[in-house]
Design a protein around this ligand. Structure first.
Ligand SMILES: [Zn+2]
Length: 83
């Protein structure tokens, strides 16, 4: 039975191995969902490119982690290097 976040990774077919794709699926699921803006708290933030995020509510463009948005100050150096 396929898990939820394995859905989007079917495009890779049998390539790259199971674990790699599973990890990617998890990251992509995080990246695509609506993120909450650290400035106006409105869940209207979309990802422009790696680490660049844009809020459709207050129109601010800001940097955060590459695949998800964390609150300012909550980012540890080790964490941001992990992904
Ligand atoms: Zn905002």
């Amino acid at each position: 039975m396929a898990e939820k976040h394995e859905k989007g990774i079917k495009r890779y077919g049998v390539r790259y191995g199971r674990t790699t794709k599973k990890k990617l699926g998890h990251i992509e699921a995080q990246q695509k969902k609506a993120h909450t803006c650290p400035y106006c708290r409105y869940p209207k933030v979309s990802r422009k490119s790696a680490g660049i995020w844009h809020c459709g509510k207050c129109k601010s463009t800001f940097t955060s982690r590459a695949y998800n948005v964390t609150k300012p100050g909550a980012v540890k150096t080790e964490q941001s290097l992990e992904v």
